[in-house]
Design a protein around this ligand. Structure first.
Ligand code: NDP
Length: 450
């Protein structure tokens, strides 16, 4: 067995109850072997064993009182995975599915993603099994305050700087920030994704979706193609999906689908971003509401999905952008996309494609942008927010957006060049994993066994 296979099989024996973590580890470790063969120093330093074990994980009880006066108890976590190249950085997810294994998958991805951005930030992830859906603003506020009572002692502007993720948007970040300030009396950049009136960065809200499209643009240009005139499917209807749609229009493409946990919308005339924002961000309503407001839109509920399928990927498109959640695009979905002539898939969500789906895309040789490269624009702009906070300054939208565009183009070039170095031209899974890995591994070796 190779070094990476050995480490993977040890992880499988130790963490059989963390399937998402094992899936992410498998996807990463398998592609690193050529770099490990080329440089035996990584194995000698047991880098893979050290990289796949978090530096530390906090798990805590979060207790709060709902609007009916009932006591509620949730589980909270922070996985501080790797600080070799900078302070821990990675989002908080509030969703009923959250557990340690899901946060470890996200944290492991985050280490390499943050490295790829070219900025000095380590990898982390956190969250709670709390569902903000259906809760009043006051309940969300009380939960965020209770969560921060536990988290505040482990974070800091040069220690660990969390951000948002699924279920944690501007509202939640505001309540979390207020709670931190009250507990510590310190006004400092301990969270990113903050509101513009209290230290947030312009363009951070849009950054993941915009960055995804900038990355795709660079990837297509390298193939002598462009987004202009492309019909696109997008999944998800939250932060990443919304700004992906907005930027696709700006690039001359047309998004025709969006989805949420209740179903998906297909509108051949193109998704109306203002209506999407109204329904999901202001009304916090399910997507069926979108179809009430836009007569040309058709809503298909999840109850009508064929078993094991996500029919949003059956729509005939040129390019697909999964932007909802992990494992939302499986091997059958990938085959359906390819059969309909889809030539490009770029991932806004983390690990949206199963390993079977990824293999289909690589086999077909289409332009495939894996999440840790394609969706790195969010965290890259979070780092820009940290820079502005540290300098007590605020840059213009154009300045931040211009830096984001550069970062995504450089990131694509780095991943593509690394794939070429290993004679696997176009394999950005390998290119991104190895490029992200080498920087972290070199820093770990330089810092010794600590
Ligand atoms: P949001 O909470 O804003 O939106 C998530 C969207 O995905 C919602 O429309 C939600 O539906 C849908 N969704 C969530 N779970 C499921 C599910 N099991 N089945 C179907 N739909 C689902 O989150 P974000 O847009 O911030 O995050 C989306 C993805 O992008 C995640 O994978 C996240 O990790 C990743 N990401 C986010 C970044 C960011 O900056 N926000 C940065 C990098 C990656 P509903 O409205 O019904 O809940």
């Amino acid at each position: 067995m190779s070094y990476s296979e050995n480490v993977l099989s040890a992880l499988k024996a130790r963490y059989p109850y963390q399937p998402e973590f094992l899936q992410a580890a498998e996807e990463i470790l398998k592609t690193l072997q050529p770099a490990l063969d080329k440089n035996p120093v990584y194995e000698k330093n047991k880098i893979l064993e050290r990289l796949t074990e978090p530096e530390r994980t906090f798990s805590f009880r979060v207790e709060w009182v709902d609007d009916k006066g009932q006591i509620q108890v949730n589980h909270g976590y922070r996985v501080q995975f790797n600080s070799a190249i900078g302070p821990y950085k990675g989002g908080l997810r509030f969703h009923p599915s959250v557990n340690e294994g899901i946060l470890k998958f996200l944290g492991l991805e985050q280490i390499l993603k943050n490295s790829l951005t070219g900025t000095p930030i380590g990898g982390a992830k956190g969250g709670a099994d709390f569902d903000p859906k259906g809760k009043s603003d006051n309940e969300v506020m009380r939960f965020c305050q209770a969560f921060m009572i536990q988290l505040y002692r482990y974070i800091g502007a040069t220690v660990d700087v969390p951000a948002g993720d699924i279920g944690v948007g501007g509202r939640e970040i505001g309540y979390l920030y207020g709670a931190y300030k009250r507990l510590t009396t310190r006004y400092e950049g301990i969270l990113t994704g903050k509101g513009l009136t209290y230290g947030g960065s312009l363009a951070r809200t849009e950054a993941t979706g915009y960055g995804l499209v900038y990355f795709t643009d660079a990837m297509l240009k390298d193939r002598g193609d462009s987004l202009k005139g492309k019909i696109c499917s997008v999944s998800g209807a939250g932060n990443v999906a919304t700004y992906c749609c907005e930027k696709l229009y700006q690039m001359g493409a047309t998004p025709v689908t969006v989805s949420d946990s209740r179903g998906f919308i297909y509108d051949p005339n193109g998704i109306k971003v203002d209506v999407l924002e109204q329904v999901k961000q202001q009304e916090r309503a399910p997507l069926s509401r979108y179809a009430e407001l836009v007569p040309t839109a058709k809503f298909t509920p999840v109850s009508a999905y064929p078993a094991g399928r996500h029919p949003v990927w059956d729509v005939k498109v040129d390019a697909a952008f999964p932007c909802a959640t992990q494992n939302e695009l499986n091997e059958e979905d990938a085959k359906a996309l390819l059969k309909n002539g889809c030539k490009c898939v770029a991932e806004g969500a983390n690990m949206p494609s199963t390993i079977g789906a990824i293999n289909e895309f690589l086999k077909a040789g289409i332009a495939y942008g894996p999440a840790k490269a394609a969706n790195a624009g969010g965290v890259a702009t979070s780092q820009l927010e940290m820079e502005q906070n540290a300098g007590m300054t605020a840059w213009t939208f154009e300045e931040v957006d211009g830096k984001l565009h550069n970062i995504m183009t450089n990131l694509y070039n780095n991943a593509a060049a690394t794939a070429r170095e290993f004679k696997l031209d176009g394999n950005l899974v390998l290119g991104a994993n190895i490029a992200g890995f080498r920087k972290v591994a070199e820093a770990m070796i330089a810092q010794g066994v600590i």
